[in-house]
Write a protein that binds this ligand. Sequence first.
Ligand SMILES: *[C@@H]1O[C@H](CO)[C@@H](O)[C@H](O)[C@H]1NC(C)=O
Ligand SMILES: *[C@@H]1O[C@H](CO)[C@@H](O)[C@H](O)[C@H]1NC(C)=O
Ligand SMILES: *[C@@H]1O[C@H](CO)[C@@H](O)[C@H](O)[C@H]1NC(C)=O
Ligand SMILES: *[C@@H]1O[C@H](CO)[C@@H](O)[C@H](O)[C@H]1NC(C)=O
Ligand SMILES: *[C@@H]1O[C@H](CO)[C@@H](O)[C@H](O)[C@H]1NC(C)=O
Ligand SMILES: *[C@@H]1O[C@H](CO)[C@@H](O)[C@H](O)[C@H]1NC(C)=O
Ligand SMILES: *[C@@H]1O[C@H](CO)[C@@H](O)[C@H](O)[C@H]1NC(C)=O
Ligand SMILES: *[C@@H]1O[C@H](CO)[C@@H](O)[C@H](O)[C@H]1NC(C)=O
Ligand SMILES: *[C@@H]1O[C@H](CO)[C@@H](O)[C@H](O)[C@H]1NC(C)=O
Ligand SMILES: *[C@@H]1O[C@H](CO)[C@@H](O)[C@H](O)[C@H]1NC(C)=O
Ligand SMILES: *[C@@H]1O[C@H](CO)[C@@H](O)[C@H](O)[C@H]1NC(C)=O
Ligand SMILES: *[C@@H]1O[C@H](CO)[C@@H](O)[C@H](O)[C@H]1NC(C)=O
Length: 747
Amino acid sequence: MEEAMKRVHHTKVTFTLSCLLHLFFFCALPAMAGDVDRLISFKNSLANPSLLSNWNGTSSVCEFQGVTCKSGHVSSLKIRGLPLGANFSSVSAHILSLQNLETLTLHSINLTGSISAPRNCTLRLKELDLSSNNLRGSVSDATSLANSCVSLQSLNLSDNSIGQSFYSPSSVLPHLKMLDLSNNKIATNEDLEWLFSKLGMLKHLDLSDNNIKGTLPYITNCTTLKHLDLSANQLSGTILTGTFSSCLDLTYLNLSTNHFTGKVPTEIQACSDLITLSLSNNNFSGEIPILSLVSMPGLRFLELAFNNFNGSLSESISKLTSLEILDISANQLSGLIPQSLCTNNISSLEVLHLQDNYFTGSVPYSLSNCTNLVSLDLSLNLLSGSIPGSLGSLSNLKDLIIWQNNLTGAIPAELSSLKLLRNLILNYNSLTGKIPDGLVNCTNLNWISLASNQLTGSIPIWIGKLEKLVVLILSNNSFTGLIPTELGDCPGLCYIDLSNNQINGSIPPTLAKQSGKIVSDLIVDGWLYVSLASSKNIQCHNTLSFLEFNGIRYYDLMRMPVTHYCNFMRVYTGFTGELRRSNVLSMIYLDLSYNLLDGHIPTEISTMQSLRFLNLEHNHLSGPLPPELGILTNLFALYLSHNFLDGMIPSSFSGLSLSDLDLSNNRLSGTIPEWGSLATFPAYAFENNSGLCGLPLPPCNGRSISNGNVLQKPSTNYGSSDGWWIALGVLFSFFLIIGFVIGQFIK
Ligand SMILES: *[C@@H]1O[C@H](CO)[C@@H](O)[C@H](O)[C@H]1NC(C)=O
Ligand SMILES: *[C@@H]1O[C@H](CO)[C@@H](O)[C@H](O)[C@H]1NC(C)=O
Ligand SMILES: *[C@@H]1O[C@H](CO)[C@@H](O)[C@H](O)[C@H]1NC(C)=O
Ligand SMILES: *[C@@H]1O[C@H](CO)[C@@H](O)[C@H](O)[C@H]1NC(C)=O
Ligand SMILES: *[C@@H]1O[C@H](CO)[C@@H](O)[C@H](O)[C@H]1NC(C)=O
Ligand SMILES: *[C@@H]1O[C@H](CO)[C@@H](O)[C@H](O)[C@H]1NC(C)=O
Ligand SMILES: *[C@@H]1O[C@H](CO)[C@@H](O)[C@H](O)[C@H]1NC(C)=O
Ligand SMILES: *[C@@H]1O[C@H](CO)[C@@H](O)[C@H](O)[C@H]1NC(C)=O
Ligand SMILES: *[C@@H]1O[C@H](CO)[C@@H](O)[C@H](O)[C@H]1NC(C)=O
Ligand SMILES: *[C@@H]1O[C@H](CO)[C@@H](O)[C@H](O)[C@H]1NC(C)=O
Ligand SMILES: *[C@@H]1O[C@H](CO)[C@@H](O)[C@H](O)[C@H]1NC(C)=O
Ligand SMILES: *[C@@H]1O[C@H](CO)[C@@H](O)[C@H](O)[C@H]1NC(C)=O
């Protein structure tokens, strides 16, 4: 009891003492009437005051929603994502004058009006976050605001509408450490120049995602700056020597997604503390500034993708032993891939992206020492030799992507130790041999593409055990044997292309086993793809060629020999991952064309409700067209030509809403169903059958044709009607997202 009394007494004494230590007007007890009045005045100025329901006289101010108190005073107010509808002038008058306020966050509250210097900003405010609102004003208004709150260290105005060109006299920022003006409407490099002259003690400046045009001004004094983000603007021209020469403390520099040209100035090597350097998506040229880079021993993230760097990649790059991301994709580099990468025994490299360059030589053995490597992409280069089996030691590897090179030899059996492997994409090489059985142990495989190689052997039955497999593309090889019935066991497999092999036997009905049960969220997010679509021709059996496409320029597709002999007409692109959001219930793409398949078309295919594309042409299929296929209402392309199919076209086929159809070169007979879409196709879709008649072919009983135009001219541009291209766009917008048409630039 006495002990407790003592403690209470002690607390009182401390409290009084602390009051005495402050100026006494800070100590009004219990809660400052002033705080309540100011908050209530603010509430009354809102468009939607009812959203702050407990801000009223009956609650204590310290219990008001969003409020935190220290010693009975409001020290912090944080409101996020409530559409209060406030005006900056009201924030300025009522909130910024709260005497003990240290932190204010009003994120996404529909705050409007122009920012300006508050008349009476509290002395204690350290952090002000007004991001994601609709604030207006100029860069100079932002600095005036910062300067009139004398303790302010961090000002976040990201995602507003700041960017008027107006400059009021203002001193340098004396104390501000962080200024985030990203995602605003700043439009001229005069604003930049003005800000650069006011940096003061600023450490963190984010101006990304504005619309800043013009050249990059000198940063006259950036001795304290550590983080500078100018990415995603419209800055252009060369970077002048001296621009960064005083930025000795810089650890983060992001100039990506602008229009910079010319060489990277060598004096960037003065920024020897850099950890992150991103120059991607510009038009920088010349050699990679390797001497500057190796003077930055702490460099961890180096992004140089989508520029015009040429020359070779120096072995010196391996001196950057802290490097985690090295992305030089989509440049003009040639010569060997450095053979000394990762030769130091503790390599931190996680991402090595060198795709879309002109590298020659082989895949370096030293890569097998990059034990932390997660993603390796060497696609669209001129590499030869075989894939080193030692890559099997990269136990963290998830992406092994080396399409369009001239790799020879077998797929190494050692890859079976890559337990985390999700993308095995080696299409368009000259690989031989069988698919190694050990890959059954790579249970995370999500996307397998081995198309357009010279692989042999049968399609392994264990593929059915890959629980995460979504895309399986083995076309244009020399696979023999049967289609494993087990393929139907994969719970998420919805894209199969086995075309142009020597596969025989019949089509297993079990391919439809997962219909209605497809687990579509197996597809990994965020992979850019393209699909090249050709008009059908004899030299090229690919109707569609589906490619992984991260870090590749569209026009560099023309470097692929296949684009010349296949006459690809259109390119569709998008990101994987949208699939799960588009209600996929079954297989959506099935291409078994140009094989030796016989037997009947299984009626089970009709349970693939989401099927869009079915290509079985150029096989030895016989028997009737299953009438059940008529219920595949999502189907837009149906190719069954060059088989031995017989019987009538079922009347149920009138229910199909196809954009392209080919039933030619079979043994079909009888009347083509008159209603529905079938009769709208040109005659060549039905030609060379045993006895088909009726529109668009000549009538069945020799009656004269009332409409003289029904026989359409055979088209040489087969399969490229507008409807087909539109439907193809729909396929890919369905399969992944925006299947937009890039145009007919590949011809
Ligand atoms: C004030 O807020 C409290 C707590 O939310 C609530 O119970 C009370 O009804 C409110 N009073 C008025 C007058 O709105
Ligand atoms: C934002 O507030 C303004 C008025 O302050 C109002 O006109 C507008 O509809 C509000 N917008 C939203 C998204 O709440
Ligand atoms: C905000 O307040 C200022 C000054 O009170 C006024 O001029 C302005 O029109 C107001 N803006 C909006 C969007 O309500
Ligand atoms: C500024 O704030 C102080 C203390 O809160 C107050 O006494 C004074 O009246 C305010 N001045 C103006 C102009 O609002
Ligand atoms: C500023 O706010 C935005 C939006 O809330 C946030 O994404 C960003 O990280 C903030 N900036 C800093 C430097 O904290
Ligand atoms: C650069 O800015 C720092 C900090 O504001 C200051 O101490 C220094 O004198 C300035 N140097 C020059 C050359 O202006
Ligand atoms: C650089 O900026 C771009 C565009 O704003 C962004 O996508 C990228 O992630 C940034 N790079 C780094 C390493 O932060
Ligand atoms: C990039 O720079 C090269 C010269 O290095 C020039 O030929 C090309 O037109 C530039 N491209 C763009 C998009 O500015
Ligand atoms: C790199 O490109 C420039 C022109 O932009 C050219 O003068 C130079 O010879 C090229 N260097 C190499 C190694 O190809
Ligand atoms: C891998 O590193 C070890 C030592 O760290 C070295 O002895 C070996 O030669 C390296 N292997 C390759 C292929 O570079
Ligand atoms: C690919 O390699 C083979 C065998 O080494 C060679 O005959 C062929 O010319 C190469 N092709 C290309 C495009 O380099
Ligand atoms: C798969 O891994 C298991 C053990 O992890 C091993 O016993 C088996 O031999 C491997 N399978 C193949 C085909 O390599």
